[in-house]
Design a protein around this ligand. Structure first.
Ligand code: PRP
Ligand code: HPA
Length: 176
C-alpha cells in the first residue's frame, strides 16, 4: 500500500502560477501517462470501497477529471458510472446547482434519470480544494434523493478545509 501511494505521489506534478498567479496547480497528467501509477490509484480506491462501502451501487464522476478515474474504478467494482457535468453539456432533462471554485464560479448538472431514489453512490474527482465542486455534486445527488456514502479524491489540499464543508466523509489518497 505504501509503495502504491508513493508511486502515485511521484506522478503528481506541481505547476506554480497555473491557471492564475498564486495557485500551485497539482497536475495529475503524469499518473495517466504511467500505467503502473494509474493502476495504483484504482487499486487503492478499490480496496477502500470494498472495505468501507461494499454496498456502493454507482460511481458518480465530476467534470472533467473525475471522468478519468471514475469509469476505471466502476469497472473494477462491477458497477455503473454516471456524470456530473458543467452546465449545458448533458441532454435533458437535467437538474443543476451553482457553486464557487477556488478560482472561478460554475454550474453543475446531472441527468434526472442518472440515479434512482435511495441508490447508494460514491462521488469521485481528482482533487479536493475548497470543496465547492464536491459540495455541488452532493447537492445534486441529494436533489435526486440518492444516498451519498462518501467522496473519493486522489489529492486533498488540506489547508483549504474543503472536507469540513462536505456532508459526507472524504477519502483521499494523498494530503498536501
Ligand atoms: C478542479 C478539480 C476539481 C475542483 C476542485 O476542476 O478537478 O474538480 O477544481 O476545486 P474545489 O474543491 O475548490 O471545488 P476545475 O473546476 O478546474 O475543472 P476541470 O476539471 O474541468 O478542469
Ligand atoms: N490542481 C488541480 N485542480 C485544481 C487545483 C489544483 O491544484 N486547485 C483547484 N482545482
Amino acid at each position: 500500500r505504501a509503495q502504491k501511494l508513493d508511486l502515485v505521489f511521484q506522478h503528481i506534478r506541481n505547476v506554480p502560477d497555473f491557471p492564475v498567479k498564486g495557485i500551485v496547480f497539482k497536475d495529475i497528467c503524469p499518473i495517466l501517462k504511467e500505467p503502473k501509477a494509474l493502476s495504483a490509484v484504482i487499486d487503492l480506491f478499490e480496496e477502500h470501497v470494498r472495505k468501507n462501502h461494499p454496498h456502493t451501487e454507482l460511481i458518480v464522476g465530476v467534470d472533467a477529471r473525475g471522468f478519468l478515474f471514475g469509469p476505471l474504478l466502476a469497472q473494477r467494482l462491477g458497477i455503473g458510472f454516471v456524470l456530473v457535468r458543467k452546465k449545458g453539456k448533458l441532454p435533458g432533462p437535467t437538474v443543476s446547482v451553482t457553486y464557487a471554485l477556488e478560482y472561478a464560479t460554475a454550474e453543475a448538472e446531472i441527468q434526472v434519470d442518472a440515479v434512482q431514489a435511495g441508490q447508494n453512490v460514491l462521488i469521485i474527482d481528482d482533487l479536493l480544494a475548497t470543496g465547492g465542486t464536491l459540495q455541488a455534486a452532493c447537492e445534486l445527488l441529494k436533489k435526486q434523493k440518492a444516498q451519498v456514502l462518501g467522496c473519493l479524491v486522489v489529492i486533498e489540499l488540506k489547508d483549504l478545509g474543503g472536507a469540513e464543508k462536505l456532508p459526507v466523509p472524504v477519502f483521499s489518497l494523498l494530503q498536501c
